[in-house]
Ligand binder design. Sequence first.
Ligand SMILES: [Mn+2]
Length: 268
Amino acid sequence: MTLHYRTVWISDTHLGTKGCKAEYLRDFLDHVECDTLYLVGDIIDLWSWNVKSGFYWPLLHSDIVQRVINKSRQGTRVIYIPGNHDEALRKHAGIEFNGIEIQLRHIHTTADKRCFLVLHGDEFDNIVCHNRSLAYIGGEAYEILLVINRWYNNLRKMLGFKYWSLSAYLKHKVKNVIQVIDNYQYVLSLEADKAQVDGIICGHIHHADMTKMDSGKLYCNTGDWVESCTALVEDFSGKLEIIHWSDQSFQLLEQTQLETSVKAEKAS
Ligand SMILES: [Mn+2]
């Protein structure tokens, strides 16, 4: 069972770290075929390397690199746009290795002739937020803080206390992170304006999203493969969609099992 798309975008896979959901990613690459594959940054995490612990690199991560190279050999155009965790590759922009093109940014034209600027997105960190790490953990921290905030409020209600300081602190933090995501969307959609394209496709904040901005520009974020296992895909009519591979792979498995059992029934 293979899914066919015109284009696939993935980012923030963080290969070389324990956080990478590599099994899902390999499964995704095994079941998805496309004409063009964009690797939108933070694909191989070169920051995680250090002299003390060396480089975490299980065989599974090599499998993934091999699958990408195989795709390129079999005719998929592969464009690698480095992010901040693999920024060492940026100085090689414009070259090609193993059929993989390295670019700093790229304009993609959809089947229905819309143009999108594709880039990683860390370039705008200092505009979005002075604190780089806050922007980086934005998506996850936002979800976690919402949960903590809910627990905390329940607890407070139960005990009848008012721990005003913690509550205010959490509320402030959540508001900050939402603000960071909002700012990020806004700043990147301005970049789409500047480039005179219909929208922007980026990664970096690990928060898959597709939002039509007030300016009419479409903001697309591919999400990540550390938490959410998401990809942005374009079908052959030009329609864009975010897919969640942890859900989708389960459906595929069920469908394959169903088909096998129908075949078995027919045979008996
Ligand atoms: Mn990044």
